[in-house]
Design a protein around this ligand. Structure first.
Ligand SMILES: *[C@@H]1O[C@H](CO)[C@@H](O)[C@H](O)[C@H]1NC(C)=O
Ligand SMILES: *[C@@H]1O[C@H](CO)[C@@H](O)[C@H](O)[C@H]1NC(C)=O
Ligand SMILES: *[C@@H]1O[C@H](CO)[C@@H](O)[C@H](O)[C@H]1NC(C)=O
Ligand SMILES: *[C@@H]1O[C@H](CO)[C@@H](O)[C@H](O)[C@H]1NC(C)=O
Ligand SMILES: *[C@@H]1O[C@H](CO)[C@@H](O)[C@H](O)[C@H]1NC(C)=O
Ligand SMILES: *[C@@H]1O[C@H](CO)[C@@H](O)[C@H](O)[C@H]1NC(C)=O
Ligand SMILES: *[C@@H]1O[C@H](CO)[C@@H](O)[C@H](O)[C@H]1NC(C)=O
Ligand SMILES: *[C@@H]1O[C@H](CO)[C@@H](O)[C@H](O)[C@H]1NC(C)=O
Ligand SMILES: *[C@@H]1O[C@H](CO)[C@@H](O)[C@H](O)[C@H]1NC(C)=O
Ligand SMILES: *[C@@H]1O[C@H](CO)[C@@H](O)[C@H](O)[C@H]1NC(C)=O
Ligand SMILES: *[C@@H]1O[C@H](CO)[C@@H](O)[C@H](O)[C@H]1NC(C)=O
Length: 691
């Protein structure tokens, strides 16, 4: 049993191996809060963000200028960015679910730079504030003497546009308690998205007022050079609005900490970075046009209040999130160290895929009781509330707060029970134009078993784990219609594909999902006291037939009757999680043994198992980890093999997409997708262990 967070242990190990080696993670999250505030940095072994120079948007679609310097006894060092001066070096780094920490050395001074994205699962106001912290603390000189310290940081206008021909504008606002810079495009764009990047944002860079704080907006050479030379900024505005790359304007802060000695530790230097969009999403269906804003507007009336609240909440957020980190990491390390490492990497991106919204009928007038959450199909497409992604994320959503799950399902159920929707099966999403939401009324029959199964399982799982049955009674009619569809179509799925694109007839993993959908409807009937045994009777017949066709004395055939076919049977997970009693332990044990055999059959250099024998060469971290949650406890070695394969795939230098949606398991090379909330499937093992 490990009582300490895993990464500290890893750090100790790597420190033994080499006195100066940071974690083996190729791409480190910096500010990962919303679909559009999603900054990462490439990790180059042994160096600080300074030498990496490429903080980048999650899909690596261009750089995001973000700089930091420190002056130690009048000598300037850079710890982040591209300015040609001495570099700080990384002593060690650490990633937890809510933060990425770099311990840096500049001259004789060591200090920590922490990129901290608070996660507030049960507080929609805080969770929806589109801001993230960076802070510096832990100053310690290697000679234990006092040293004179000044800190500098800036951002460029690359955070508001990818289009270098656009003119940007900005200003600096001082209130009694804070100073913030804000920057935006001068001409509003026609569409919010360009290659996933938001062109319609106002970006904020803010600090609480404190002694020694100075600021400046101006050409990068002036601000950075001025600080490097003088250790202070002149509190002046550049008012020559221009293009991003024309004499690049930067928005800078500096803090003079004075003499820092072992017995005079300064307050942490805290900077808040925010990317504000309003509206966040727009419903544009045939019957409704509605702008929706961030839920935090239910609590504040001006952006100044929001920024101020975020800045003032730093200590509280830090404490709450240390608790959250501990809770996740101690539970995860009880399973394996690698598992804790994976959860450290995925947690922020699960939350950052979602916008928590309320409608703004008129600018400034919000309806706080009409809450809906929208998820972007991060790193893959502009689909809204992609059903199979939510299904993947479901273990995490219910682990953190079942309301998140409910408020994501709600708009799907609401749209599909409106007169606009006519299909007798569930839709795969709400359309493909995030952040515009037209709904999806296309013929998506080929995905119907997948989508109906997912929706029914999720609707029931939410009610079972939360005790809140309100969605079930409100949307009973469409849920029942989808269950009827599954009764007819789930056992021999022949014209259907999975969301992974597998399209064989008679796929057992798709069939079991459909059958669990029928089972879910039976339980929904029980929950809302409809006495109708039809669905439970059908479930029993279907599962008996399924076992007859799919389960051999060797393993579960991926395609009925094809004894060489096999696959990761991740859809067995809800059968276990929801205590259905439909799948015997023997079957799980048999299948786990078969996975072990597959590991034995492949080179040890492999990064895990393919998803299905009909698609060799394609693996998925999320389904691998959901499968790991189906392995009986007495076969922990098999479970840990699955976990370890994903750990090795993601914790590698040189890999810029840790946890892609698909990758090649023989080479580890990324095939598609990054930043997806589907990785919430990794929480399956924790979800099973929490009540
Ligand atoms: C700092 O690091 C960058 C990138 O590795 C390098 O180009 C630059 O020369 C370094 N600066 C100094 C003064 O060594
Ligand atoms: C600095 O960061 C390292 C790595 O996360 C951590 O072990 C250490 O406790 C931090 N130091 C301080 C003084 O916060
Ligand atoms: C910055 O914020 C101030 C105060 O809220 C506002 O008046 C100004 O229009 C904003 N400027 C930009 C470029 O967003
Ligand atoms: C910037 O803010 C200052 C102080 O609030 C104000 O005097 C000035 O007019 C603003 N400039 C622009 C261009 O909005
Ligand atoms: C340093 O400060 C002095 C006095 O305020 C100023 O004249 C000078 O321009 C500054 N140096 C730079 C490089 O900004
Ligand atoms: C929605 O917001 C956009 C952008 O601010 C605005 O142009 C439009 O008028 C708003 N529509 C409605 C229906 O409020
Ligand atoms: C606010 O939202 C609730 C829940 O959707 C709805 O019942 C109510 O009518 C709305 N209020 C207004 C003023 O639109
Ligand atoms: C409906 O969903 C499918 C699958 O995501 C997609 O191919 C199709 O374009 C969508 N239709 C609309 C109108 O968004
Ligand atoms: C599906 O499996 C059933 C039962 O084994 C079989 O009767 C049927 O022919 C199969 N369908 C296809 C298209 O292979
Ligand atoms: C029970 O449910 C089935 C499946 O939806 C339906 O066909 C049947 O009419 C229901 N029976 C009663 C008595 O409502
Ligand atoms: C199956 O395994 C689960 C979890 O290990 C255990 O709780 C249950 O008692 C087992 N059931 C049987 C019938 O052995």
């Amino acid at each position: 049993m490990f009582s300490r967070p895993f990464l500290q242990i890893l750090l100790l190990c790597t420190q033994l191996a080499s006195a100066n080696s940071p974690i083996q993670l190729g791409f480190i999250p910096l500010a990962v809060k919303t679909p559009y505030l999603h900054a990462w940095v490439t990790n180059s072994h042994g160096s600080s963000p300074a030498q990496q120079m490429s903080q980048t948007f999650f899909n690596t679609n261009g750089p995001l200028g973000w700089s930091g310097m420190i002056r130690v006894d009048n000598q300037a060092f850079q710890w982040m960015g591209v300015f040609p001066i001495n570099n700080a070096t990384t002593v060690l780094n650490e990633v937890t679910p809510t933060k990425s920490v770099f311990r840096l050395q500049a001259g004789l001074m060591q200090f920590n730079v922490t990129f901290f994205t608070p996660i507030e699962p049960t507080d929609y106001v805080r969770q929806s504030i589109p801001f993230s912290y960076m802070f510096l603390d832990g100053f310690a000189a290697t000679d234990s003497q006092p040293h004179n310290i000044q800190i500098y940081t800036d951002i460029t206008a690359q955070w508001v546009t990818r289009d270098n021909t656009q003119v940007v504008m900005w200003n600096t606002t001082e209130t009694g308690t804070m100073v913030y810079h804000n920057v935006t495009r001068k001409t509003p764009p026609l569409t919010a998205n360009t290659n996933d990047f938001a062109e319609d944002s106002v970006v904020y860079y803010a600090m609480a007022k404190r002694p020694g704080l100075t600021w400046q907006t101006g050409p990068h050479v002036n601000c950075r050079g001025g600080f490097a030379a003088n250790g202070t900024l002149p509190n002046t505005r550049d008012v020559d609005f221009r293009r991003v790359t024309q004499n690049s304007p930067v928005f800078a802060f500096s803090v003079n900490l004075g003499a820092v000695s072992p017995d005079s530790q300064p307050d942490p230097v805290v900077v808040a970075l925010g990317l504000v969009r309003d509206p966040l999403v727009t419903f544009a269906t045939e019957s409704l046009t509605q702008n929706r804003s961030g839920y935090y507007w239910s609590a504040y009336t001006s952006i100044d209040q929001v920024v101020n609240a975020f800045i003032n909440d730093f200590s509280g957020a830090r404490e709450r999130n240390a608790g959250l980190d501990n809770k996740i990491l101690s539970a995860a390390s009880a399973i394996s160290n690698e598992y804790a490492g994976i959860l450290s990497l995925v947690t922020r991106q699960i939350f950052a895929a979602m916008d928590i919204t309320i409608p703004s009928a008129q600018p400034g007038q919000f309806n706080n009781s009409d809450v809906k959450i929208f998820m972007k199909d991060m790193g893959v497409s502009l689909r809204t509330n992609p059903v199979e992604v939510i299904y993947g994320a479901f273990p995490a959503l219910l682990y953190f707060n079942p309301s998140l799950a409910k408020d994501l399902l709600l708009p799907l159920l609401e749209f599909q029970s409106s007169f606009l929707y006519g299909n007798p099966y569930a839709a795969p999403d709400l359309g493909t134009k995030y952040p515009t939401i037209p709904g999806n009324t296309s013929n998506t029959h080929s995905l119907a078993v997948e989508s109906c199964g997912n929706m029914l399982i999720m609707a029931y799982a939410h009610a079972a784990k939360s005790g809140d049955g309100s969605l079930l009674s409100r949307y009973y009619t469409i849920l029942q219609g989808w269950a009827d569809f599954l009764v007819d179509n789930s056992l021999y799925p022949s014209d259907f594909v999975t969301a992974d694109g597998l399209n064989n007839a008679n796929m057992s993993n798709l069939a079991i999902k459909g059958i669990l959908g029928v089972y879910s409807m039976a339980k929904i009937n029980e929950a809302i006291k409809v006495s109708n045994n039809t669905f439970m009777d059908r479930t029993k017949q279907l599962i008996t037939d399924w076992k007859r066709f799919a389960v051999t004395n060797d393993h579960i055939d991926s395609v009925y009757g094809q004894s060489t076919s096999w696959g990761l049977m991740y859809n067995l997970f809800p059968a276990i999680w929801l205590n259905t009693g439909l799948i015997e332990n023997n079957t799980l044990t048999l299948q786990a043994g078969y996975y072990e055999k597959q590991f034995g059959n492949m080179p040890s250099s492999n990064f895990g198992l393919s998803l299905d024998s009909s698609r060799p060469g394609v693996a998925s971290p999320h389904w691998t980890l959901m499968t790991a949650a189906t392995i009986p406890d007495n076969l922990a070695t098999v479970r840990n093999q699955l976990i370890k394969s994903i750990y090795l795939e993601s914790f590698r230098l040189g890999v810029v997409f840790p946890l892609p949606v698909t990758y090649n398991p023989s080479t580890g090379i990324h095939i598609s997708g990054s930043g997806s909330a589907i990785q919430g499937a990794s929480f399956g093992m924790l979800a099973l262990r929490s009540v």
